[in-house]
Design a protein around this ligand. Structure first.
Ligand SMILES: CC(C)(COP(=O)(O)OP(=O)(O)OC[C@H]1O[C@@H](n2cnc3c(N)ncnc32)[C@H](O)[C@@H]1O)[C@@H](O)C(=O)NCCC(=O)NCCS
Ligand SMILES: Nc1ncnc2c1ncn2[C@@H]1O[C@H](COP(=O)(O)OP(=O)(O)OP(=O)(O)O)[C@@H](O)[C@H]1O
Length: 201
């Protein structure tokens, strides 16, 4: 049986995880690209070995795990290094995503991926759902959540697809400018629609 997959995307801090968890409460299985991106660089993995060979052992913590804060600083201030990391990680992430999708059993599943369009992961899904907020709100909400400088978050925002491009590519859009409580009704409406679409494929 072919799977019906919705790709959930949005820029950093837009509310993907918040929205994805609401779908999960309705019984929808999630495949999360950020989680998979962590798995492919676990201690002892081919991914982490290549990263430490490229950047040197200063990229590792004392326990030999990846120092994510150091790597984040490096790749979001140096586009060439980001490209190198993307070229290494994205094929591994993609193949693991495919395996995870295959193992889902809910009527439809959601692939949560910040770089859905940038990485061509939209080709793996039946339709895309964008969580949309302004860049100013992305900055405010991410600063509130993480202990990261506004300059670093601006660099991350600039390294992702521009808002207008995401809006032009997405099939469905959830506006997340309002309160979190306003999201639930929108999620239920979309869920009922996705169930119908999944049943008809
Ligand atoms: C650089 C890393 C180690 C920083 O780790 P950290 O724990 O600080 O951040 P985390 O992984 O939670 O990512 C936070 C957000 O940053 C953005 N982001 C991550 N990687 C990238 C990237 N290569 N390009 C643009 N934005 C990115 C996303 O919005 C993501 O949700 C990490 O982001 C990473 O391994 N990135 C490369 C993997 C990747 O491309 N992931 C996206 C999969 S679609
Ligand atoms: N409507 C809202 N009002 C206020 N805060 C919100 C709203 N939606 C989400 N948030 C908060 O904003 C932050 C970012 O949301 P979330 O973690 O869901 O975004 P994300 O898109 O998954 O981020 P990332 O790309 O970094 O993984 C979180 O702290 C979340 O609780």
């Amino acid at each position: 049986m072919s799977k019906f997959i919705v790709g959930l995307t949005g820029g950093i801090g837009s509310g993907k995880t918040t929205v994805a968890n609401m779908f999960a409460e309705l019984g929808v299985e999630l495949v999360d690209a950020d989680i998979i991106a962590r798995e492919v660089v676990e201690v002892g993995s081919k991914g982490l070995n290549e990263i430490s060979a490229h950047f040197g052992n200063t990229i590792l913590n004392k326990d030999k795990s990846l120092n994510r804060a150091t790597l984040r600083e490096l790749i979001f201030s140096q586009p060439d290094e980001r490209q190198w990391l993307n070229d290494l990680m994205h094929p591994m992430i993609r193949s693991k995503i495919l395996k995870c999708i295959e193992s889902t059993t809910s009527p439809y599943a959601i692939l949560v991926a910040p770089l859905l369009f940038e990485n061509g992961l939209d080709r793996l899904v039946n339709l895309s759902l964008l969580v949309d907020i302004s860049p100013e709100q992305q900055l405010d909400r991410t600063i509130d959540r993480d202990s990261v400088s506004s300059e670093q978050i601006k660099n991350i925002i600039d390294s992702q697809a521009p808002r207008a491009e995401r809006l032009s590519k997405a099939d469905d859009v959830i506006d997340n400018h309002g309160k979190i409580s306003a999201l639930k009704g929108k999620v239920i409406t979309l869920h009922n629609n996705y169930l119908k679409l999944a049943n008809n494929t």
